[in-house]
Each structure stands twice: as structure tokens, then as C-alpha cells.
Design a protein around this ligand. Structure first.
Ligand code: AQP
Length: 327
């Protein structure tokens, strides 16, 4: 299968991004043709710092490699380096309804968060995402739950285009992980964990042990003392149980039994230890990669070339079917 997915260089990668997306990517790269992108053009739809932007992009490349993505098996590249993404995005905008864009949850949330800086790019974000995916004739898109609505719209845009201009794109499926599709904020467990929220609300993938301990110990929990999974009445502890379960590979019911009558403090201390241990290899690998700028650049350059071969084939077909191209 051809797989496509991406992450924005909008902030530091957290364990939600890892469990929702990266962990699936690692498994999928073994038996599929994977294309994993650093989607920088999506990040510029909200305020960002131009002076540190390239550094942020390189950090994401380091993250991809540090968690175990293998550039020999997968294509790793930066979205803005392949201009076909923006060309296709414009063409797809002609088969996308404004009503569909206005009802996207991410648009509603981000336009509330950045009230004074709502730009057309923020509204059109899902069209660019549809272009990213359809450009590679993608069959499956592994993402967290927050992105599922955008993939539904991608499918709709692809179908509409095929109906209007003839069979052009494969229609991709959404791949959600069975567990960890929506990791919640540590400080407001009714909200998802987000890169651009307060650092206290996230455990970053390369977080220092001291900070992991501090953030987990102070994570918002619910009234009562029982370690019980119930996302509606105990969202805080349920989120921590989910994290514990995935990182330890122990079912939630078994963890509940183990911590019966022990209270939140002991449970949180154990969870902090578990995270420190499980995230340590990522921190180590990141350190090794940090001084290898030339290697990173080569990987991204190779990735760009490989991505562009597929992208240009699709664009030839798109232009032809739309009646565009050489006169
Ligand atoms: N809390 C989460 N739990 C599980 N999966 C998550 N993802 C994001 N948050 C969670 C998944 O991670 C991938 C990266 O997505 P993105 O960089 O395109 O942006 P996002 O979905 O908007 O993620 P963030 O962390 O909330 O970033 P900002 O703050 O920049 O908006 C996607 O597969 C996503 O589903």
C-alpha cells in the first residue's frame, strides 16, 4: 500500500503526536511504500517565527529519524520543497465547497484561538492537506483522531474531482490507532494534547526526566482517589491510564487492579518512571543526530527527489484531465 502522512513543524513533538501518528508510521514502514512529510506550509497559517522556522523543520527531521523512521525504506521530505503540493491545492479548491471548509472543527478551534489573525490559509488548510494526500495516490493515511475529519473531506474532494474530470485519484482510507488516537492535555484533560498549547499540558518526546516527573505529578486529576478508567467522569486519570497502558503494553484493567487502593500519587510516580525509561532511547538518538546536519540535508534532498517523481506523474494526469497544460 502507498501510505502518506505528515506533521507540522509548529512546535515540539509530544507523546500525543507519537502515539497518534509516529508509532503507526513505524509499523507501516516495514511492509508498505511510505511517504512522510514535514508539512511546513500548513504551519504558516497561524503566527510563526520566520527566524527559527528552518531550525524547527530540521528538528522534525531529527524526530522522524530518532523514533526510528528509516530513509532507506521511506520517503522523508519537506512539503514546500515539492511545489506540486501548492499547485494541486489551487486546482482542488475549485471542487471544494466553502461550506465544507467552514464546518471543520480545526478551523473553528484555531479561528477562536487566533481571533485577530484569521487568514484564508487557515480556512483552506484542508484543501492543501487533500492535495498532500491525493498527490501521492495514497491508499491509507495514518493520523490521530483530530485529523480524521480532514481525511473525510479529502475523500470527498477526491471523489468530486474524479466525477467531474474522470478517474484521477485513488481515494484513501483513514488509519487510526486502536489506542492513543486522542491523547488529552495534562492540564485540561477535556482538550487534546497540542504542540501549540502551554508546555505544561504536554509531555514532549525529548522531555528531560526531571520535567517528565514534574509534569506527571502535577497533571490534573479528578476528585476521588480511585485509579479507574472512565473518560466522562474521570478524564484526567483515564488519560494517564491510557498513556500508561500504551507505553507499558499492559491492558488498562490490569493496571487498575495493580494500583487498587494505592492512590494517585503512587500511580503518577510509576507512570513518570515508565515514561522516563521509554523515552530515553529517543533522547539518546536525537543527541547523536543533532550534529549531523549534512546527513539530514542529504536525506531531505533524496526524499524530495523521490517524492517529486510521484508528484509530477500525478500532476501530468491532473492537468491533462482538467484541460490544462501545454498549448
Ligand atoms: N493529542 C493527540 N493525540 C493523538 N494524536 C494526535 N495528533 C495530534 N495531537 C494528538 C496527531 O499527530 C499528528 C500531527 O499533527 P499536526 O502536526 O499536523 O498537527 P495537529 O494535528 O494540529 O497536532 P497538534 O499537536 O495539536 O499541533 P498544533 O498545536 O500545531 O495544532 C496528526 O496525525 C495528528 O492527528
Amino acid at each position: 500500500m502507498r501510505i502518506f502522512s505528515g506533521i507540522q513543524p509548529s512546535g515540539e513533538i509530544h507523546i500525543g503526536n507519537y502515539l497518534g501518528a509516529l508509532k503507526q508510521w513505524l509499523q507501516l514502514q516495514e511492509k508498505n511504500e511510505c511517504v512522510f512529510c514535514i508539512v511546513d506550509l500548513h504551519s504558516i497559517t497561524v503566527p510563526y517565527q520566520t527566524s527559527t522556522f528552518k531550525k524547527r523543520i530540521l528538528e522534525k527531521a531529527i524526530t522522524y529519524l530518532a523514533v526510528g523512521l528509516d530513509p532507506k525504506k521511506t520517503i522523508i521530505f519537506v512539503q514546500s520543497q515539492v511545489p506540486e503540493h501548492t499547485e494541486l491545492s489551487w486546482l482542488l479548491s475549485t471542487v471544494t465547497s466553502i461550506g465544507d471548509l467552514l464546518r471543520m472543527t480545526q478551523y473553528k478551534e484555531k479561528s477562536k484561538k487566533y481571533k485577530k489573525q484569521i487568514n484564508a490559509g487557515l480556512l483552506n488548510y484542508p484543501i492543501l492537506m487533500a492535495a498532500d494526500i491525493l498527490l501521492y495516490q495514497t491508499e491509507a493515511v495514518p493520523v490521530g483522531k483530530d485529523q480524521a475529519q480532514h481525511i473525510e473531506l479529502t475523500r470527498e474532494i477526491g471523489r468530486r474531482f474524479n466525477q467531474k474530470f474522470g478517474q484521477t485519484f485513488k481515494i484513501p482510507k483513514t488509519f487510526l490507532p486502536k489506542k492513543g488516537a486522542k491523547i488529552m492535555s495534562l492540564t485540561e484533560p477535556e482538550k487534546k494534547m497540542s504542540k501549540t498549547d502551554s508546555p505544561q499540558s504536554c509531555i514532549f518526546l525529548f522531555e528531560k526526566p526531571k520535567m517528565i516527573r514534574k509534569k506527571i505529578i502535577t497533571a490534573q486529576t479528578d476528585s476521588g482517589k480511585e485509579i479507574k478508567y472512565n473518560p466522562s467522569s474521570k478524564p484526567g486519570i483515564s488519560n494517564l491510564l491510557t498513556i500508561y497502558s500504551i507505553f507499558s503494553d499492559i491492558p488498562i484493567a490490569k493496571i487498575e487492579k495493580e494500583f487498587k487502593g494505592k492512590g494517585y500519587k503512587i500511580f503518577k510516580e510509576k507512570l513518570a518512571e515508565l515514561l522516563i525509561e521509554k523515552l530515553e532511547p529517543f533522547r539518546r538518538k536525537k543527541k547523536e543526530l543533532e550534529n549531523q546536519q549534512a546527513l539530514l540535508e542529504k536525506i531531505l534532498e533524496d526524499g524530495k527527489k523521490r517524492a517529486q517523481i510521484i508528484a509530477s506523474q500525478t500532476m501530468k494526469k491532473v492537468r491533462k484531465n482538467m484541460g490544462l497544460g501545454k498549448i
